[in-house]
Design a protein around this ligand. Structure first.
Ligand SMILES: CC(C)(COP(=O)(O)OP(=O)(O)OC[C@H]1O[C@@H](n2cnc3c(N)ncnc32)[C@H](O)[C@@H]1OP(=O)(O)O)[C@@H](O)C(=O)NCCC(=O)NCCS
Length: 189
């Protein structure tokens, strides 16, 4: 049976292999990456799906951002499912788990860049991101928003900025910061 749980430090290598398999090296060039690099995922919003042998078969993470007008939101992605298991409902399970978790944590809105025909089933729509911009090239019809709280994206405008906690591992490695908990979170990011 596939289980969905919080990502842990020992998932990182398998997660990166899965993302390479699903997106290739071009994944690091996406504008979304500009909002993720050097940051930790939003607290409690890095999820992993594992099979009976504890093999990682799915991943989704969300990131703290704010709109150009200072409205807080989450950026969702990447979402990926092991190619051998695609089409069996796991992507949907991961999305629903992530969105329920985000709502439970009090987040009001989620944005992403992805295939609208897939994400529409979860309520994402380009209209919700119509006045927003990514910090780099993006395809307008793939830039989607979802309000977890009605009206959360009403009037939201401008270019997204990252607001997540910084990834402080380089500082920890240099002995400049002694934050074991943050280091552990980073390993799981
Ligand atoms: C996209 C992805 C996460 C979906 O996960 P999944 O477990 O295969 O999806 P589910 O089984 O929950 O849903 C399957 C349905 O989604 C549809 N679907 C899958 N990928 C789609 C896409 N890119 N665009 C439109 N529809 C898509 C399938 O046709 C199927 O439709 P149906 O329910 O009408 O039969 C997975 O296919 C994947 O990892 N793809 C490669 C990475 C990727 O492209 N990720 C981000 C998408 S922008």
């Amino acid at each position: 049976m596939i289980q969905i749980r919080d990502e842990i430090a020992s998932d990182v290598a398998a997660r990166e292999r899965l993302l390479d398999a699903c997106f290739g090296p071009g994944r690091f060039l996406k504008s979304s990456q500009r909002l993720r690099e050097g940051r930790l995922p939003a607290e409690g919003l890095a999820l992993a799906a594992t099979d009976d042998e504890s093999r990682l078969v799915g991943t989704v993470r969300l990131w703290d951002v704010e709109t150009g007008c200072g409205r807080p939101a989450l950026l969702l992605g990447p979402l990926a499912v092991d190619p051998a298991l695609q089409g069996a409902g796991l992507g949907g399970r991961l999305m629903r788990a992530a969105l329920a978790r985000a709502a439970g944590l009090g987040h009001a809105a989620v944005l992403l860049v992805g295939d609208a025909p897939y994400y529409a089933r979860f309520g994402f729509a380009p209209e919700k991101a119509a006045a927003l911009f990514m910090p780099g090239p993006f395809e307008r019809e793939r830039f989607l928003g979802l309000e977890l709280t009605p009206g959360a994206l009403a009037g939201a405008a401008g270019t997204l900025r990252p607001t997540g906690a910084p990834d402080i591992v380089p500082l920890v490695a240099q002995g400049a910061v002694g934050a074991d908990a943050a280091a552990a979170r980073r390993q799981a990011a």
